[in-house]
Design a binder for this molecule. Sequence first.
Ligand SMILES: C[S@@+](CC[C@H](N)C(=O)[O-])C[C@H]1O[C@@H](n2cnc3c(N)ncnc32)[C@H](O)[C@@H]1O
Length: 229
Amino acid sequence: MPDPNLPIGTEKAAFVKEMFDTISPNYDKLNRIMTFSLDQNWRRQTLRSLELPAKALILDLACGTGDFVKLARHEGYRCVGTDFSFGMISHSQLSDDLVVSDALDLSFKNDSFDGVTCGFALRNFTELPPVFQELARVLNSGGRIALLEVARPQSLVMRAGHGIYFNRIVPFIGGLLSDKKAYSYLPASVSYLPPPASIIELLVKTGFYNVSHKLLTSGAAQLFTATKA
Ligand SMILES: C[S@@+](CC[C@H](N)C(=O)[O-])C[C@H]1O[C@@H](n2cnc3c(N)ncnc32)[C@H](O)[C@@H]1O
């Protein structure tokens, strides 16, 4: 259940957009510091889990400042990114190649992409069913998705250490280098995430098959992959 102090619905969408606009200038730097650069390894694993041939056309949903787009191109894919925060896009070196649009109502035609990646955004969407429907709509038949998110480690010791780091140290460093409110929201927003089994069920209901869920780095992150029927 989401923390009752967190916004929902249209209030959440407006809050999230404004927050990412605000933190966009230092977003990349803070990501690297706070994940000890593990975020780039997770993105690479996400891209490889698509198992698509070179030159496949990928959409990176909620692309932020374009980290996935850069890596995807480096891996030999063609890639377009989209995000609803103009601030995040305008702080990207690739801003000309990124499109402003909302994940719940994407501005792309049906059957346009071979694959979709999405990093650390599931918990920021107001609802998951319409986003998954949009992914199914813009993907070619047989298209692949790879959705990366944060997670809570399962082992009690790791969970305790991760909790202190994520809930106390991240907001502290975020407050020093960027915006304390935003970097307090980011760990708290994990409570929006449904359990993995519910996300898997929703993907299957939306028409995806071959759905899999994998924990990364002892459960600090998680990756869902699936194929469009
Ligand atoms: C934590 S950031 C992740 C950015 C990027 N994917 C990465 O790997 O660094 C979450 C992103 O989701 C975007 N976002 C949230 N809700 C969205 C929506 N409804 N439509 C499009 N983008 C959205 C935010 O603007 C933000 O850039």
